[in-house]
Design a binder for this molecule. Sequence first.
Ligand code: C5P
Length: 292
Amino acid sequence: MTKSSVDESDPPVLRLSAPAKLNLYLEVLSRSPDGYHALETVFQTLRLSDTVSFRPAVDPDRTRLACNDPALSTGPDNLAFQAQLAYRRLRPATPAYDLEITKRIPAGGGLGGGSSDAAAVIRGLRRLHPPGPNDDELRALALELGADVPFFLLGGSAHATGRGEVLTPLPDLDAQAPVHLIYPPFGSATPACFAALTEPERGPRPLLGVEAWLTRWHADRTGALSNRLIPAAARVEPRLAPYLDLLAATRAPAAMTGSGSTLFFLGDPPPTELPHTALTTEFRRRVDLDEA
Ligand code: C5P
């Protein structure tokens, strides 16, 4: 379906912000028998956001999705589309909406844009038709869509284990610096990165824990930021290697988010001739989550 398939002349009944995230810390604890990996991560939402708009569906049996990025699918393989289907399976009385996504978050970069759009659809449907499913039902629904989706129902700063769904909200982390993102002209495939983990990278290893991570963050941000997926991401995508060298070339606290390919710097990134998209943003607090 194309952009023209949603009549954007009608004002939306709801417009929600769908923020990007960083994984400030990402550790692989073990591989589970189901093939997924038990993770420990610290998520942080960013002010960089997509916008998801809701309009009552012109044809409730054929809900539509429009997106300003022609590279993205607007069909049933789009996670936001799936989110509405899954929500209405859970609550069949929920009216259908035509959705419009304004993308600002680069896709495939480890910033969680697709997961955040899907979570915004869930948040929006519940807000439009309260009370909706309870928090446990919503979290289970979100996890079916993807490991990062439950976090986007919460936002702010959060520690997570499991696949990423066992969430502990953290006090808002003050970065005291702009967040500079460097997005290479290629994304990174998450399943391939996990599949490329070596035995030692895969663990098992013990949990660091919320308090120990917070102690690191307050003592020395550089030491608090790390990502176990970095070597695997470089093996899967050799073009990433020179970008990863930038992490060593800066004095700012820096790391890769998710399975890449985006790098983030809490301070000035080193100058580089490598082709990239540069974005500057900041941490977004939990209380700001619903701002459009
Ligand atoms: O859940 P999501 O769709 O984001 O995950 C994409 C893929 O990444 C999964 O199919 C799986 O191969 C891998 N993954 C994993 N362990 C996790 C999260 C993701 O192995 N905790």
